[in-house]
Write a protein that binds this ligand. Structure first.
Ligand code: CDP
Length: 238
């Protein structure tokens, strides 16, 4: 659908705040691709909350913080400045204490460690506050693990996007290869499943589908179809 005709209908649809859209799901399910496309079509702000956990993890990694030391991690997260800056075409730059760490946070080392940092309640509390502040005005497409359940429980539209582990590992391998990191399929699947295990079993804000989320298996649809499902929900009023 053309963006202009959509905007017309959208403005008629609500004179109040624009709705927020929460997209949760495990690693490699295609959340970022879908969320960016939805944000672009609606003129909404795309927010990648995983990037914020990755930035805090990078800080811990550089500072040599023991990842079992939850107190130190909580203090570090409280003191760190983590900023997402929207660029052209839904690209987001990530700044840690003013330094652009957009590329570095995607390294395999950070991917392996991030779930351990994201288990810490104080880290989650701090980042969730920042995320809520970003969504206050409405009109965000926010992706993560706990957006529909904890960060934005009132989001008008909640999607839980999933896909088969083989498919998720395959996608992630291709993405990483494009950045110069080569990981074989079996290793990638192992790492993704381990991250899922930690994310779903942690005590604080585990990865779980919100009761009112629409669960979409991305293995059965094209990206355009998933985007279409979400846009239609927005047009229908949620
Ligand atoms: O992009 P990918 O699916 O690999 O993961 P991500 O969105 O960058 O998130 C990295 C990690 O951050 C996840 O595996 C979770 O451990 C954590 N995370 C979280 O706990 N809560 C969120 N809202 C977002 C990410």
């Amino acid at each position: 659908m053309a963006i202009t005709s959509f905007c017309h209908r959208f403005m008629g649809y609500s004179m109040n705040l624009k709705p927020n859209i929460a997209i949760d799901g495990p690693a490699g399910a295609g959340k970022s691709t879908v969320a960016k496309m939805v944000a672009k079509k609606l003129g909404f702000l795309y927010i990648d909350t995983g990037a914020m956990y990755r930035a805090v993890t990078l800080k811990a990694y550089r500072d040599g913080v023991n990842l079992d030391d939850t107190k130190a991690l909580g203090e570090m997260a409280a003191a760190a400045s983590v900023e997402l800056v929207a660029g052209h075409d839904q690209s987001t730059k990530v700044f840690l204490n003013g330094e652009d760490v957009t590329e570095e946070i995607r390294s395999p080392d950070i991917s392996r460690l991030v779930s351990l940092v994201a288990r810490v309640p104080e880290v989650r509390k701090r980042l969730a506050e920042l995320q809520r502040a970003m969504a206050k005005q409405g009109g965000v497409v926010m992706e993560g693990r706990d957006i529909g359940t904890v960060v934005l429980p009132d989001a008008r539209i909640k999607i839980f996007l999933t896909a088969l582990p083989e498919e998720r590992a395959r996608r992630r391998r291709i993405e990483l290869a494009a950045k110069g990191y080569y990981i074989n399929q079996r290793q990638m699947e192992k790492e993704i499943l381990e991250r899922d295990r930690i994310d779903t079993s942690r005590e604080t804000d585990p990865l779980v589908s919100a009761p009112d989320a629409e669960i979409i298996d991305n293995s059965s649809y094209s990206v355009e179809e998933v985007v279409g499902i979400i846009i239609n929900r927005v047009l229908a009023g949620g």
